[in-house]
Design a protein. Structure first.
Lengths: 40, 490, 156
């Protein structure tokens, strides 16, 4: 049973978008920790 | 493109060496700068037990990224197709399921140091011996294979001599771990995580842009149909074994326990949960890179080389630099974690508990540093001859680590599991896992090991009349020195 | 992730690449494939018997359904100077492979064809193992969720 093109593209795009959001989220969290002096 | 493929190496040796030296110097200096804060052994080994949410989530994710996500996810995708990459991303479940355990660990062992501590206090000496054997086999196998992978990959990408590349990556990781301790490991993990994610995103984005998802899908469908098959038998068989392998790795390894103990108490649970969720899509992105290979006419000599080869092939020199940095970061982020966690295990569980019970805090910190250096040198010696047979011997680590899943779980949550059953579960589980690996195949080693070990634990719980007192896990009174030192620092 | 196995597989598979050249001298040019029936749909082919100084051009693997290669179905170029190639994603069936290329002096050559049989595991077997794994996993996950809820309360 072959995976269709639309499912395939959807999967890859979803993963890529989520992955690209990660650095933004991590940096935002770090800034938040930094402001509240909770880094370490 | 044909031209880039026929040249022997994607990068010149000089450029490769320059990148290694630049990154190496930056990380060692960074580690030195972070290490100035370390006053006590607890600071050095556990970053003062006060790591905040951002660093905690990033280090959980980055350590799990490792070289595997950048090299093995493409390999498995090349071999098992869709299920390879989706199945590989399910390994995030290991991190996610460890989240409640991390919270529990922080509660039960507020003053604990290592996973070995827990096994000794909860199950006694016999289990501890079995556990240490499993831990050491796993940690050394991983250390040596990372060192060797570093040397081989630097050579494959830039022609840099294997011994030189392997030595360089070991010196760099030992260097900043030695100066900075866990604090340096966690901070570099954060940066390495960003580099890895941005790097693989760029490569995947450019691949979609240059080649197109529809073209890739069509090529796979006509020439490599099994890769798109959602009912690919071998891939279906690989799936859960891989998940149990991952669970075993995370649940037992001091790499993860030391992180749980180092995080702030309120942070431990959500850091592992978020780290796991953030990790989930990454193997799909890196794995996808491999699926573009047939369309690009790239057929690697061995499946593990497919990721770097495709990236370097399609993006030329720039792509090769990105791949080089990403792979180098990924190797380093795992290597440093392993060095730190294994040296803690040796310092705390073997030296402090067995050889020098009266060792002072300063003494332990010094010993911990010597251990990191010693582990680095030992790893270097084992990597020197490129012993493939050692690799072959350690090929079945899944059988070892999966046998620890139930003893750890029940040890943390159930009062009744006695130590002798835990020891038997780990020993017999490992033996059965190894046997099934050789008799049946790779896809049952972790599964059968976990099943047998779980069965023995169930008998233990059923027959036992013991009621373990959780207070015994908190060893606080034994280390008044550490406690007061700690308060002074704060 | 499943650290050791994966990386060690990498090392084991890459290693021969670096050593193969020396061993291969003075042998007749031939293609080597998997010794047994392939159950996973992926396999590695090796071109052996090339002298060190040989500089072959346009080296590639040809694939056909019959030994006579009446119709070449696919062509897979070797990567760079490597003499080993990994192919994947094959359905059940019999496949014939041979290597083709140009030698130093420009003469074209092909190696003797070799057969590779791909026979995937039966689906019921795969799904049974999948089922066993799924049940075990649900058990572990369920236990953790339940225990985390009760255990936390008990202790705190």
């Amino acid at each position: 049973m072959m995976m269709s093109l639309s499912v395939f593209s959807g999967l890859i795009w979803l993963a890529l978008v989520l992955t690209m959001a990660t650095p933004v989220l991590l940096l935002a969290l770090l800034v938040k920790d930094f402001i509240s002096n909770q880094v370490w | 493109m044909a031209e880039t493929l026929t040249t022997e190496y994607a990068l010149s040796t000089e450029l490769g060496l320059t990148l290694v030296v630049l990154f190496g110097a930056a990380w060692v200096l960074f580690g030195y700068w972070l290490g100035r804060k370390n006053k006590t052994h607890e600071d050095f080994a556990l970053a003062g037990r006060n790591v905040g949410f951002a660093f905690a989530a990033a280090t959980a994710m980055a350590t799990w990224v490792t070289s595997n996500t950048t090299l093995v996810a493409p390999q498995l995708t090349y071999q098992f197709g869709i299920w390879g990459m989706v199945g590989y991303s399910f390994a995030a479940l290991g991190l996610i399921l460890f989240a409640p355990l991390a919270k529990r660990i922080k509660t039960l062992l507020p003053n604990g140091y290592t996973s070995g501590d827990f096994i000794r206090l909860r199950f006694g000496r016999m289990s501890w011996h079995v556990f240490i054997v499993i831990s050491v086999v796993y940690a050394f196998g991983w250390l040596v294979s990372l060192g060797m992978a570093g040397g081989i990959l630097l050579e494959a990408l830039s022609g840099l001599d294997y011994h030189l590349g392997m030595t360089a990556i070991l010196i760099i990781c030992v260097g900043y771990t030695l100066f900075g301790g866990l604090r340096a490991v966690i901070a570099t993990d954060f940066i390495q995580a960003l580099i890895i994610i941005i790097g693989v995103s760029i490569i995947a984005w450019l691949l979609i842009d240059n080649v197109g998802l529809d073209t890739i899908h069509a090529e796979l469908g006509s020439d490599h149909p099994k890769l798109l098959d959602v009912l690919f038998p071998a891939a279906i068989m690989f799936l859960f074994n891989n998940i149990f392998f991952g669970l075993g790795e995370i649940f037992h390894s001091n790499v993860w326990w030391s992180r749980a103990l180092a995080f702030k108490k309120t942070v431990a649970f959500k850091a592992f949960l978020v780290g796991g969720l953030l990790w989930l899509p990454i193997p799909i992105v890196t794995g996808f890179i491999a699926l573009a290979a047939p369309q690009l006419g790239i057929f690697p000599p061995s499946p593990d080389m497919v990721g770097p080869t495709v990236a370097a092939g399609v993006l030329g020199q720039v792509g090769a630099v990105v791949v080089f940095i990403v792979v180098f970061s990924a190797l380093a982020s795992s290597l440093d974690s392993l060095l730190a966690a294994t040296s803690d295990l040796v310092t705390r569980d073997i030296y402090h508990q067995h050889l020098r019970k009266d060792a002072s805090d300063k003494h332990l910190m010094r010993f911990n540093r010597y251990t990191i250096l010693g582990l680095g040198i030992l790893t270097w010696l084992l990597c020197m001859p490129r012993i493939a047979t050692l690799g072959a011997l350690l090929n079945f680590a899944g059988a070892f680590v999966a046998s620890t899943i139930f003893p750890i779980l029940l040890g943390l949550y159930n009062r009744r599991l006695p130590g002798r059953y835990a020891a038997a579960a780990m020993a017999i589980g490992t033996a059965v896992g190894l046997a099934s690996y050789f008799i049946i195949g790779f896809y049952v080693a972790a599964l059968s090991s976990c099943a047998v070990s779980g069965f023995i634990c169930a008998i233990g719980v059923w027959r036992s009349r013991e009621q373990f007192d959780w207070q015994q896990l908190d060893e606080a009174p034994e280390q008044p020195v550490t406690q007061t030192d700690k308060e002074q620092v704060q | 992730m499943p650290g050791i196995i994966r990386i060690l597989i990498i090392i084991i598979t890459v290693l021969p690449v670096f050593f193969s050249a020396a061993e291969a001298q003075h042998k007749e040019l031939a293609l080597e494939g998997p010794g047994a029936v392939v159950k996973e749909g992926y396999f590695t082919l090796n071109l052996i018997g090339i002298a060190d100084d040989a500089n072959y051009q346009q080296l590639e693997i040809e694939q056909s359904t019959d030994e006579a290669f009446t119709q070449v179905q696919s062509r897979f170029p070797f990567l760079g100077t490597f003499r080993q190639i990994s192919l994947s994603g094959f359905n059940d069936g019999n496949y014939w492979f041979r290597a083709r290329g140009l030698s130093n002096d420009g003469t074209e050559f092909t190696t003797a064809p070799i057969a590779v049989t791909v026979q995937h595991y039966p689906l019921w077997q795969a799904l049974t193992l999948f089922g066993v794994g799924a049940v075990m996993f649900l058990f572990v996950a369920g236990y953790i969720l339940l225990a985390a809820r009760c255990g936390g309360r008990q202790h705190g």
